[in-house]
Write a protein that binds this ligand. Structure first.
Ligand code: ADP
Length: 180
């Protein structure tokens, strides 16, 4: 799942995972759990998240790899928030191959920026303050949005209008996913 902050990755990821009976893996949640555990890497992660910067790839890989492997062993997964950079996309593809999984689709939820701002300000998570939100939106545009063309070029991009009621978005995604 690819979307800007506030784009609905979490909501749609959970809905789709429940429908398909597979695991929902949210990188943001995995990272926040480490922060909650109060480990040294948790303290490092908190500093990046509070600024709205991406957490360094090394930390993300170390924490996400075992979670993704466990989800693969249980029949597959929806990744929400990972990969978020081109190097992460390459690593995620390698990991998928090692786990004997194919990447069926990259779902991009397209949401206009004013709608994103509104949703994030209403949510009020610790990193949902005005300045940090603006920075996260910039990081998305600069660093994550190139993934949209990357997956389009690989023929697996599913782009949907993310400014609709949640159930309509889920229906659009389901209608566009490849058959099994
Ligand atoms: P949102 O997409 O709304 O910003 P997330 O929970 O997906 O919320 O991410 C929150 C924060 O966690 C990000 O701003 C970033 O600091 C960190 N993060 C999440 N996923 C990644 C990732 N794949 N790579 C680097 N940092 C990440």
């Amino acid at each position: 799942m690819i979307a800007a902050p506030g784009g609905g990755k979490g909501t749609q990821g959970q809905r789709l995972a429940a429908k398909f009976g597979i695991q929902h893996v949210s990188s943001g949640e995995v990272l926040r759990a480490e922060v909650g555990a109060g480990t040294p890497s948790g303290r490092e992660i908190a500093a990046y998240q509070q600024r709205g910067d991406l957490v360094p790839d090394r930390i993300v890989f170390d924490l996400l790899t075992p979670v993704v492997a466990a989800a693969a062993a249980r029949g597959g997964y929806i990744l929400d928030g990972f990969p978020r950079t081109l190097p992460q996309a390459i690593t995620a593809a390698d990991l998928g191959r090692r786990l004997d999984l194919t990447l069926d689709a990259a779902v991009y939820l397209n949401v206009p920026e004013p709608v994103l701002m509104q949703r994030l300000l209403a949510r009020a998570r610790a990193d949902d303050t005005d300045d940090v939100i603006r920075h996260r939106l910039e990081v998305f545009t600069e660093t994550t949005s190139p993934l949209i063309d990357y997956y389009r070029g690989r023929g697996i991009l599913v782009e949907v209008d993310g400014d609709q009621p949640p159930e309509s978005i889920t229906a659009d995604i389901q209608a566009r996913l490849p058959d099994h």
